[in-house]
Design a protein around this ligand. Structure first.
Ligand SMILES: Cc1cc2nc3c(=O)[nH]c(=O)nc-3n(C[C@H](O)[C@H](O)[C@H](O)COP(=O)(O)O)c2cc1C
Ligand code: SF4
Length: 432
């Protein structure tokens, strides 16, 4: 589904064609102006101009970390004799997140055009789509789109008559959440177990097969054609200047109309829940919201008052935009159970490399199970805080995060679990 925050000021960009019949086909995409941006850059000033335009747009990654896209491309060493790679991260495994799936289903050529633009900018001639294994339908759609692009000379040798060439390979994952983390993904793509790598070196310097590699989220790439077409100034005018643009928000949980909604970055969360989402299911009261998937710190009903959905506003409330997977909880939700649920997910998905994460997530499940069953003691609350401190290094949320594990998964466990316990203390205490 699509929508917009203010009809007078915002027109959907990423989802503008998704209601058209056969929106996934090359014919429909080209009819709406698709691949004009690719042709524009191929005739334009060269790769550096593309990077500078994207940098000037202030586009920040949509996969979770919000890193500035143009800046990431600048980290790729131009003088490296090694091949450069671009990887589209289509793993989308964060619970409550299903926005990339919409793009792959309904606008695969938008993503593909973004991939070709990014590849051109970093001098890449072989790019990969790393797609979540469970997305079989999306895999087939992408396979069709890539095939169409080869036939139309938008991929392969001498793209659109230029001297630029690019091949795109689709690689299916095998169902591990950690393979969405960019270095776990790289290991997996190399045919190894998806174990995140120690950084530095960062992938832009030594990624796939130790060559310079840029990993970019599906939605991030889908933003690129319109930035090239309409300019960085246009993009920057949508929402907060430091993290602007059209944004897909996934709404799930206790709302009347769950779905994917497109709105300007910085849209009020209340507007997403009550206007786009049609309010709380069954007319119940709102209790809590996870604003950025299960890896984000939970917010109370009071905590979302006046909150805008953008990187800075969420950071100011000690949480994150993350994957923009907004999970809404009503007054009937048992917060101990909800916390146990997400701890179970993390215990299941920990790759096991770091002791605090491997052991700590299992401890959290055991303690939270005791609490949920009414077998716990007051000291168990302190134990939860102690374990989250050991996994994520967070003694005080206001101090920000200083992880103790190899990859940000550790913080992704510590943040939400600790926030549930701190913000719903009474409910946790009422179990013993
Ligand atoms: C545990 C974990 C899982 C992740 N899963 C995804 C994912 O499914 N898709 C994604 O795009 N990024 C995911 N990320 C973020 C990636 O590591 C990386 O930051 C992102 O793909 C970069 O693209 P962007 O700059 O366009 O956001 C994950 C990160 C962590 C720590
Ligand atoms: S933090 Fe967890 S998921 Fe990340 S590398 Fe360590 S054990 Fe694996």
């Amino acid at each position: 589904m699509t929508g917009h925050s203010d009809p007078a000021r915002f027109e959907p960009v990423l989802t503008r064609d998704v209601h058209l019949q056969d929106s996934h086909t090359l014919r429909t995409y080209v009819k709406g102006g698709g691949y004009a941006s690719l042709n524009k850059i191929l005739k334009g000033g060269g790769p550096d101009d593309v990077t500078q335009e994207i940098k000037a747009s202030n586009l920040r990654g949509r996969g979770g970390a919000g890193f500035p896209t143009g800046k990431k491309w600048e980290f790729v060493p131009k003088d490296s004799p090694k091949p450069k790679y671009l990887i589209c991260n289509a793993d989308e495994s964060e619970p409550g997140t299903f926005k990339d799936r919409l793009i792959m289903n309904k606008a695969p050529h938008r993503m593909l055009e973004g991939m070709i633009i990014a590849s051109y900018a970093i001098d890449c001639h072989k790019a990969f789509i790393y797609i979540r294994g469970e997305f079989y339908k999306e895999y087939k759609i992408l396979e069709g789109a890539v095939g169409e692009a080869y036939e139309a000379n938008l991929l392969g040798e001498n793209i659109s008559g230029s001297d630029y060439h690019l091949d795109v390979v689709i690689h299916r994952g095998a169902g591990a959440y950690i393979c969405g983390e960019e270095t776990g993904l790289l290991e997996s793509l190399e045919g190894k177990r998806g174990w995140p790598r120690i950084r530095p070196p960062f992938p832009a310097v030594a990624g796939y097969l130790a060559c310079p590699t840029v990993v970019q989220n599906v939605e991030t790439l889908a933003c690129l054609p319109d930035i090239i077409d309409r300019g960085s100034g246009w993009f920057k005018s949508i929402g907060p200047e430091q993290g602007p643009g059209p944004k897909l928000f996934c709404l799930s949980g206790s709302v009347n109309n769950p779905g994917v909604y497109e709105a300007p970055m910085g849209v009020p969360l209340s507007e997403l829940i009550y206007d786009f989402g049609g309010g709380i299911d069954g007319g119940k009261a709102l209790k809590a919201v996870l604003p950025g998937g299960v890896s984000s710190a939970v917010l109370t009903a009071e905590g979302i008052e006046g909150l805008n959905m953008d990187f800075e506003s969420l950071a100011a409330r000690h949480t994150i935009l993350g994957s923009a997977g907004i999970i809404v909880m009503d007054e009937s939700v048992n917060m101990v159970n909800a916390c146990l649920n997400l701890a179970r997910f993390f215990a299941q998905e920990s790759c096991g490399q770091c002791t605090p994460c491997r052991e700590g997530t299992v401890w959290l499940v055991q303690i939270l199970t005791r609490l949920f069953r009414g077998n716990a003691q007051r000291k168990d609350i302190d134990l939860i805080l102690d374990v989250t401190e050991n996994i994520g290094g967070l003694s005080d949320l206001s101090q920000g995060s200083y992880g103790k594990t190899l990859c940000p998964f550790g913080e992704a466990v510590a943040w939400p679990v600790r926030s549930f316990v701190e913000k719903f203390q009474d409910e946790f205490a009422a179990t013993f």
